[in-house]
Design a protein around this ligand. Structure first.
Ligand code: SF4
Ligand code: FES
Length: 360
């Protein structure tokens, strides 16, 4: 039997303020169909959403995009998060945000900044971002964050072109004064799925990288926190994606649709409610999309009778749909899934031609 309603209380809100972004990263987690600027929620609606999120128990808001600094009202949005009592984390590409702009955000109450840096090699970083000069601007903004006394996390998205430089990317984060570095292997949804053959590392690269991360953790213990998200195509068990569907987090898209995860719109037949029409509480507790895979009652075999179903929640619903064709099935990452072989075959496909850059 499923857990009672009180067991599902969100802690984090991902606020996708805009899909606009000057960069073109080929692994962008935004959908292929981007929300238009004219459809974006206004400042007052975001302020209401933050207040309602706090009422639901949310503690942190991740201000993301696209590039959130593309919103001219970002200081007001941050002030609204502060007024709602939320810890605010800005996830920025750093391009399009000046030192003065960052100071305004700090004055508005910003608590934390995550800067994505594509590589430790400037030419490679700019190639991946699809933006000449991005690397230098990212490093400059990271320095500004530290000078303002804000905590800095450096995000590194890892794939075939940069996975062999994990060590130097961690050294770069340390040199920039970051207190945390997040090494996240590409997750294959959205633009990353479109670019999978160009991004997928080999199993040997991944194994070497995992050893490197462990060594880095030991050698830099106490200097920097190193978080690592493993590439699940090479795993035997799936990740508990988003901490379980509709359990701990929610996404609001630029135009106000509320999603259980950033990729949920790939699953056909789900009905997403919008904050323009309903309160966040009504959506969290009753939206058909949130109810679809909440708890464990929806599970099929092998998950239904598996001892791990309350730990990994059957893995990722979006990946189950994208690879196995049915979101109710076990994530094919699981070696118990009859579709696991298909995943291994997909991981072996290589294409070194060119990236399909994300375009707004
Ligand atoms: Fe997780 Fe399902 Fe695999 Fe069990 S069978 S480990 S619940 S994905
Ligand atoms: Fe949608 Fe994993 S990305 S459930």
């Amino acid at each position: 039997m499923d857990a009672p309603r009180a067991a599902f209380a969100p802690l984090g809100l991902l606020a996708e303020l805009t899909h606009r972004c000057p960069l073109g990263c080929p692994y962008c987690s935004n959908p292929l169909e981007l929300d238009k600027r004219s459809d974006e929620l206004d400042t007052a609606t975001w302020a209401r959403v933050f207040a309602e999120a706090a009422g639901l128990g949310v503690l942190q808001v991740h201000l993301s995009g696209g590039e959130p600094a593309a919103r001219r009202d970002l200081p007001e949005i941050i002030a609204a998060a502060r007024d709602a009592g939320l810890y605010s984390n800005l996830i920025t590409s750093a391009v399009g945000l000046t030192s003065e702009g960052l100071t305004r955000l700090a004055d508005a109450g910003l608590d934390h900044v995550q800067v994505s840096i594509q590589d430790s090699d400037a030419a490679s970083a700019d190639l991946i971002a699809g933006y000449s000069g991005a690397f230098a601007r990212k490093r400059a903004l990271a320095a500004d964050v530290v000078n303002l006394g804000l905590p800095l996390t450096v995000n590194v998205v890892v794939h075939r072109a940069n996975i062999d430089r994990i060590g130097s990317m961690v050294e770069q984060a340390l040199a920039l004064g970051a207190s945390r570095v997040e090494i996240a292997h590409v997750q294959y949804y959205g633009w990353a799925l479109k670019n999978r053959a160009a991004l997928m590392p080999s199993r040997q690269q991944v194994d070497t990288a995992l050893i490197a991360v462990e060594r880095l953790r030991q050698s830099h213990c106490g200097d920097i926190v190193i978080d690592a998200v493993v590439p699940d195509y090479y795993a035997r068990y799936p990740k508990p994606c988003v901490g379980g569907w509709g359990r701990r987090s929610l996404n609001v898209t630029p135009s106000g649709r509320v999603l259980p995860c950033h990729a949920a719109e790939v699953i056909p037949g789900l009905e997403f409610w919008n904050v323009r029409d309903r309160s966040l509480s009504e959506i969290w507790h009753g939206s058909p999309a949130f109810m679809a895979f909440r708890g464990t009652d929806w599970m099929q075999e092998p998950c239904r009778s598996c001892a791990l179903k309350g730990k990994d929640f059957g893995g990722c619903r979006c990946q189950a749909f994208l690879i196995a064709g049915d979101a109710r099935l076990a994530d094919p990452v699981c070696h118990l899934s009859p579709h696991h072989d298909a995943l291994e075959k997909l991981a072996a496909i290589r294409d070194d031609s060119t990236y399909h850059y994300r375009k707004f």
